[in-house]
Write a protein that binds this ligand. Sequence first.
Ligand code: TRP
Length: 451
Amino acid sequence: MADTTDDRGVWSGKLAFILAAAGSAVGLGNIWRFPTEAASHGGGAFLLLYLVFAFLIGFPVMMAEMTIGRNTRKNPVGAFSFLTGGNKLYILIGAWGVLCGIMILSYYTVVAGWTFSFVFEELFHFMGFGGLSAWFGDTSSGLNNAIFSVLFMAATITIITGGVAEGIEKATKTLMPLLLLILVILIGYVLTQEGSMKGLSQYLTPDIGKIDTEVIFAAMGQAFFSLSLGMGAIITYGSYLPKRENIAGAAAYVTLFDTGIAFLAGLLIMPAMFVAQSNGITIFADGGLKAGPALIFQVLPNMFHNLGGVWGMIFGVGFFLLLSIAALTSTISLLEVVTAYAIDEHGVQRKKAAMGVGSGILLISLIISFNINLISTLDLVFSSIGLPLGGFLICLFLAYKWGPENAMEEIRQGYAAFDQSLVRKAWPIFIKVIAPLAILYNLLSTLYGAF
Ligand code: TRP
């Protein structure tokens, strides 16, 4: 392996790491998927379950990934190889993670491209160029999808080429506060509009009657995807974490940040839907609230257009910028996993690795651009099934191969009071029993539902 130590990099400090990991976690999953899942699954009831899963399952698994990463200082493949003396079977867990990273990034890039394309849709609408506005707003146009996938991947590669401290860290340090600011301003605006209180009450009043097994699984899957767990993204980010930092604390902050942003996004989207309704826009379809692309790319743009004028443009552009920023800090984490793999395992120089891997994945994105119906299948295989599967295997690996004692030896570094903490008592039980069982249950039911 050539001299690649410089190409690995290290976070400048705790805040940098937390922001970057939170940037990975906060994405389209929070601002788009969470609110609509909540909308279709009993509002507050879903919120409650999601919070329970994020903290009871997500948080322990996140600690597990961070610990594996920091202990091995490697990408997922290298990490499992290092801890098992090159055992092929265990390396497969890491390889599966890298594959999921490649595939999730390939379609995530296309969807991220849509969100950026809509920044222009809103701008041109405001300027009165209806034709142009419609072109940028056409998510079924292969050419449009391809152009914006290229743009988005280029931005992602540029940041990853800069490395850990100069690239990822600098980008997330600027983008995350900006994201929070735009989000809060948009919420402030929406809550003053007519109809918003109806959405608010639907979001915050738990309809316990709506809780059934399907809702439970949806909430757990959402927590997993949203926290970027199960494929080694957090292993990779953890591998740049200095020994002096507290893993349990960092994982807690990232979980809080991610769930906090999801909660705030719900405060924006749910009321916005009912504001749109009071503007005469249809927000129900197939017996439920509109969700997914129909919500994000029809209901909301309609609402912004209805508002009209400079303010309509400002809020429309602001909203799609918000989505683009959230997506960008997530795509960089996905590309970083594959880049770190190429650097560590194949001795490729960072710049070459980022460009090579990024362009390769872009080719898949281009195919998807012209065949967007592939997205739901890819999402099912590599996210809904792939991530819980990866998380399940990570738990089993840590609990029964590497051993919680070894892992806790790593956690102790940077956490002096660890042995007196509640985390010390509870974490091993969650990793050995509760999380794997819960994930397995979720996984089997997803498989059962899918086939
Ligand atoms: N968590 C991101 C979101 O909510 C998506 C994401 C980024 C992701 N990196 C990941 C999901 C790694 C799983 C694994 O949109």
